[in-house]
Design a protein around this ligand. Sequence first.
Ligand code: PMP
Length: 642
Amino acid sequence: MTLYSMKMRASREENGLSQHISGAEKILSEAELGDNAAALLSRALHHAKGRADFINLKIEATTPEEIAYIEALPVATVDVANAAEGQQTILKYLSQLGIPNGAAIMRQFSHTYEMRGAMLLDVDTLERLEPDPARGLRATYMDAEHTPARQAGDCKNHFQEAIVLASKVVSAPHIVAEICMSDDPDYVTGYVAAPSIGYVRITRLKAMGCPDGGRIFLYCGPRKEVPACIEYLEKQKVLVRHVPVNPGKAPLTDSWQPLKDDLTMRRSAQLYRTIKTLQTPQRAQVKSDGQDLLMLASNSYLGLSDEPRVKAAAIEAVARYGAGSGGSRLTTGTLPLHNALEAELASFKNANAALLFNTGYMANVGILSALGTPGSIIFSDELNHASIIDGCRLSHARTIVYRHNDMADLEAKIQAAAPTHGLIVSDAVFSMDGDIADLPGILQLAKKYHLLSMVDEAHATGVIGATGHGIVEHFGLPKNPDVLMGTMSKALASEGGFVCGSQLLIDYLRNTARSFIFSTSLAPAPLAAAQAALTILRTEPQRVQRLQENTRTFCAALAENGIQTKASSAIVPIIIGDEGRAMRIAQKLYDCGIFLTAIRYPTVAQDSARLRAAIMATHTTAELQDAAGTIAAAIQSVPIKK
Ligand code: PMP
């Protein structure tokens, strides 16, 4: 009987580089070929990583005689509390297998990250034995032996594929073990496999967020037999018998267990989040858990959320229009307050029209999912806010991420992608670093390549530009970007998002932005509060100047205390690095009477945890100077390693 080996590799060109999308391989009878080819093509064309633009489907005839039949390795799971324990477990197994140098072998994972294939390592000398170290070895031509129940459309079973691969690898001549760690930053389970121990899943092998990963095949034998080992791994056709379909665990009796495990992992990685409650309005001096604190983390930049005129406006609106709006904007939920605020925002931003959303988050999600039509491309700065990222994810556009504020990289990526239409989107002031987007550069590239331009002014409105009008005023530009998004939740002291632009843009979004259409509109109180705050911002620009002065005062005081920061807006990041240390410093500051939040992965990159100070116009010079001294002392008093 003729059998066929079928291999599919799907990739997509991304920024001039070929990006792997999906791969699979099977050994099939002739009758199974058609359905399986269709299933693999469908996988390549509808993959979560994107649609493949290059699919290699290779089908080669073979015979049963050419196939080696082996048994699947037995599977065991070792549940460990953290990555360190996981690594220790591997070392224990390696030593049980009589393999020396376990720790040195594990260190090799820092080199496997960039490799597509596996590393073949001599266990005694730690020499690399792959003919091409950049490519590594690819163990291929293998499948699970078919069961009658298996169907072509079966979705990819990562677990089964891993067992098939490990079973083949450790049956190769002179391979004594395989160690594997996924390169998915959030998939932390790995395994060690060997004939005598089976396939041992280790639930945590690296910290969450760590991009390292790869495979190491451990070789112990004469050098002259390395080619035979490679030949087996790369050419021998293997069918693996009795491959289990799942890790062999009984169905969970506690359906909440995966969630509990997730939270345990977050706690051990110092990534667990909790909430602190304030008993006072957002102002320079607040009370939290009964303690008096200097607030150095609030986005109420102009101190308007506690402003009597703003509060009075909200109260009056409630008295006049009630508590809730009662419907979405397109049904019963439009009040004169909505229309007036939209007109006011459009005028403040020198735009033709504006549209309100319930939050800034909903604005970004709604705008980007509506503008990102199929076939278009969104170019997005790598440090853009999560709401922009989520908007890109919800859109039907392809998203290309460019290096932070790097116009050369952006242009190279536009040229490589050659979009027919699309959008460049950037935070105006980056929310975790406080630096300002190169808007002149973005506008120039948008014009040159016929793309729309969009900025998120969440931290720019009321903060930058001589009178707080935002990024366009900051750079003195004659023209707005096509889409100016903002929020009323920060300097405007209330809540709600908005977008300003041409009448065409606003008409389009009113008809297509789902977070606008399908949500009950903003209530009277936040609308009136934002309107009053906007009037104050317009008529009292000295508040903006005071905010800008305060930021300079704070940075100068930090510098006097030996802490260098760069601040172009009211956000002053004090980089700490280690997540645990940042948390301990923030707690120490809290105990010393300063409310300053530690920001960690995944909000910022791993190991770049920071204290994110946010300055307000209502801070006094003395408060800021004293705080700088306390911050420096707290940083000094918390050691780098616990
Ligand atoms: N964009 C940026 C840059 C932000 O920092 C935020 C809030 N953190 C938002 C959008 C979301 O705005 P809102 O809080 O009004 O939902």
